[in-house]
Design a protein around this ligand. Structure first.
Ligand code: NAP
Length: 344
């Protein structure tokens, strides 16, 4: 029976699998958490999401992750983390969670084809690249518009390239794109950058990079692919048409929390609001990484949060089981169900 058949069967029959903890998301937070929970002998399921490995899969060299004096490529780092989690028993499945039910216990997690249950859930769904929201952006996606220089840069050899944004990502990507493009113009809506000084210096020193200050991209023109980009001055609205074969959007990220809306407390930006360490407002549901942290957003900090949350999950489950032994509750019921599942 194929995996798809098995999934269809699982959904149709309502059959579920029960885990100690389900980790949703597979960036540094998710994989680190998996290493810790499975090493602690917790039955751990990790659902990777649509981009297994998360944002680092679309990064070139990572120079600031400790332990790699000569740097490491993002995808390699993430594959290493996954293998490390799997080595200790984490079951990682490349699937997407489409629905969660935190109203009943055990919690119910529905992926595109299967239903799983767990006593604890750890959310590590990270954040996704923000869109400009202008005409043509969607139409030219994959035909000149990109959100990932590492993935798509090599397709723009000899082209004039435009990068939008003034943060670390925009400058890092622009510098990387000079390896391929004839020229790189950075369009930024203000007259100063928020990127770190070291990345600013690198960009200012690069002869292929030019800045268009106080400007926004207002239109994308082309036929089968991008031919030019219209840039508007934010103060006087004056427009100029720039010849460009590629537009890289690097204007930040939004947290991947839509499936939790209405069930979990989010802050005004949509990030998960933590109550105490990695605890959310629902007991047994934890969060780690960029899904709650918009301040640091580094691989190493996400990994650290994943570790902290895994320790919180482990402690919480241990205390819960202890309580179940002294005062019969729904925990004992869950344990009975787990035994029944094993026996079936
Ligand atoms: P970011 O720091 O939030 O910067 C986003 C940039 O896009 C800002 O310059 C912002 O302008 C601009 N922007 C936002 N919305 C826009 C819109 N609708 N139209 C035009 N411009 C818009 O995001 P990021 O650069 O992706 O960085 C995210 C985090 O990752 C940061 O903490 C960063 O330090 C970290 N990071 C680190 C590294 C590294 O250490 N090597 C590399 C990449 C990222 P304003 O400045 O006017 O707000």
């Amino acid at each position: 029976m194929s995996r798809t058949d098995r999934r269809d069967d699982s959904v149709n029959s309502g059959k579920v699998s029960l885990y100690d903890v389900i980790i949703i998301g597979s960036g540094p937070a998710g994989y680190t958490a998996g290493i810790y929970t499975s090493r602690a002998r917790l039955q751990t399921l990790l659902v990777t999401g649509t981009l297994p490995g998360g944002q680092l899969m679309t990064t070139s060299e990572v120079e600031n992750y400790p332990g790699f004096p000569n740097g490491i490529f993002g995808p390699e780092l993430m594959m290493n983390m996954r293998q490390q989690a799997e080595r200790f028993g984490t079951l990682a499945i490349d699937d997407e969670v489409i629905q969660v039910d935190f109203k009943q216990r055990p919690f119910k997690i529905t992926t595109s084809g299967e239903i799983f249950e767990s006593e604890a859930v750890l959310i590590c769904t990270g954040a996704s690249p923000r869109k400009l929201g202008i005409k043509g952006e969607q139409m030219f996606a994959g035909r000149g518009v990109s959100y990932c220089a590492t993935c798509d840069g090599p397709f723009f050899k000899g082209e004039d390239i435009v990068v939008v944004g003034g943060g670390d990502t925009a400058l890092e990507e622009a510098t990387f794109l000079t390896k391929f493009g004839k020229s790189v113009k950075i369009v930024h809506r203000r007259d100063s950058l928020r990127a770190s000084k070291i990345l600013q210096d690198k960009a200012f020193e690069n002869p292929k990079i030019e800045f268009l200050w106080n400007s926004v991209v207002s239109d994308i023109i082309g036929d089968k692919k991008i031919a030019s980009i219209v840039v508007s001055d934010v103060y006087n609205g004056k427009e100029q048409k720039i010849q460009a074969g590629g537009l890289f959007v690097a204007i930040g990220h939004d947290p991947n929390t839509s499936i939790f809306r209405g069930q979990l407390e989010l802050d005004d930006k949509g990030y998960i609001a933590l109550k105490n360490n990695s605890f959310t407002n629902i007991e047994g549901v934890f969060a780690a990484g960029d899904v709650h942290d918009y301040r640091y957003r580094q691989a190493i900090t996400a990994g650290g949060f994943g570790c902290m949350a895994a320790l919180d999950v482990e402690k919480w489950l241990t205390e819960r089981k202890h309580r179940a032994n002294t005062e019969p509750s729904e925990v004992a019921f869950t344990q009975m169900r787990r035994q029944a599942l094993k026996d079936s």
